[in-house]
Design a protein. Structure first.
Length: 202
């Protein structure tokens, strides 16, 4: 399976919202990306519209020929919205609160009736959906039992580790989980900052 490179445009949206001024906004930037070799864009959408508004997402859908991945919390109203937008893929995360712009991984190991309900609704709409997860073999097996086809590994914590030994230990978990995910025929995505330390995962 060929690797695809998606640009996460959230930082531009956050910058636009904080400065409250005209400039290179995420919509214009995404349109310009169509003249490059990137494969698509990725956006985090929250119900309070603190990063992207629904108007932003509708504009992106209307103006872009590039595929779009949306990362959303487990929220029924947002599920209805993204069903209307019909992005290439939807990744569900934990609700990341009003202050954080970084999506949080879902703890699939804990019983969560809301997760099961949202996944069932997503399956009914034929959305290409998956979960944002930390590297965990048990979580992968649970996701497989739930008949999911997509997994998105979150490298945010990995990138935050300063000590080399801690990084190597966490990185080995990712490598093991990626191998397992491939064996289970998951479509694999990786969410987070690409750098020289983690590029082997990609």
């Amino acid at each position: 399976m060929s690797k695809k490179f998606y640009i996460k445009i959230d930082p531009l949206a956050v910058l636009r919202n904080s400065r409250k001024e005209s400039g290179l906004d995420p919509i214009t930037f995404s349109v310009l990306l169509q003249n490059t070799s990137v494969d698509g864009i990725c956006c985090c959408v929250k119900e309070d519209e603190s990063i992207f508004t629904t108007r932003d997402i509708r504009l992106l859908k209307e103006l872009l020929s590039l595929p779009m991945i949306l990362i959303i919390p487990l929220n029924y109203n947002l599920l209805k919205f993204v069903t209307e937008i019909a992005p290439q893929k939807v990744i569900f995360s934990e609700d990341h609160g009003d202050r954080s712009v970084t999506p949080l991984s879902i703890n699939i190991n804990k019983a969560n009736s809301n997760l099961d309900t949202i996944l069932d609704k997503a399956a009914e709409t034929n959305l290409n959906s998956g979960l944002l997860l930390e590297p965990d073999l048990l979580a992968l097996k649970i996701a497989f039992k739930k008949k999911l086809k997509n997994i998105c590994f979150n490298v945010t914590r990995l990138n935050s580790l300063q000590h080399q030994n801690e990084f190597k230990e966490e990185f080995s978990k990712f490598e093991e989980c990626v191998k397992m995910a491939k064996k289970l025929n998951f479509e694999i995505s990786i969410q987070g900052e690409l750098n020289f330390n983690n590029i082997k995962l990609y």
